[in-house]
Design a protein around this ligand. Sequence first.
Ligand code: HPA
Length: 275
Amino acid sequence: MKYDYEFFKKSADYVKEVSGGFTPEIGMILGSGLGGYADKIDAVCVIDYRDIPNFLVSDAPGHMGKLILGTAEGRRVVCMSGRFHSYDGYDFEELTAPVRLMKLLGIKELILTNAAGAINRDYEVGDVMLITDQIKLNGSSPLRGPNIEEFGPRFFDVSKMYSRELIKIAKEAAEGSGLTIREGVYFFMPGPQYETPAEIRAAGMLGGDAVGMSTVTESLTAAHCGIPVLGISLITNMAAGVLDVPLDGDHVIEVGNRSAKLLVPYFSEIIRRLP
Ligand code: HPA
């Protein structure tokens, strides 16, 4: 597949047309079991992924597969309820599509949420980890292939992908929320199998605090086109081998749904405080 600027523009032009030229300021991608936030958006337009030309289709459990454009806390947002993963079968390069679409719609900040397993033994299920950095040793870069100059330069800095300013806002927004906030490093694993205990021990030695199967392609795509990212991981389980219990995908989604009571107002408070 040949990707060029026109390829991604075709998706954005469709969304602009269907939404009557809606121009979101903030992008959001909701992770497993965290789709509940979508109900908070006063929708101007809801689009099925399958109707967007040159876009991808999601059928992962706990994901909805809709692009929602509307307002939340008086801010114009575009929200993906349902995201794409490499374990769905996409190439890493294909996984640039969501953030490039949002970039072309005009977002200035991107909020990425996910469910993650805690490698760090100080963490507990239900904690929220604000992502300070990431480790992705598996697979190619989503920016592999001919560079699209309209989005960004061939070689680009990723030392400050996760904005300190947005982390500060997210920490302040948590005051009085009842949530325990951590700051840590997100370690990407490709899945769909959960990790082995040995892989988790290795990830911990390498500096990971939480492990998950998403987010990193989106943050890299955002860094390439200059969008600051806020990454929020809900700790849904202790990672493999930390406790002597098998991991279970239904449990991950259930913890996500259960945590929605605290997380949905937390996301609202963050959006209210964004610059
Ligand atoms: N590993 C990988 N991805 C995950 C986990 C995990 O333990 N929990 C939620 N997503």
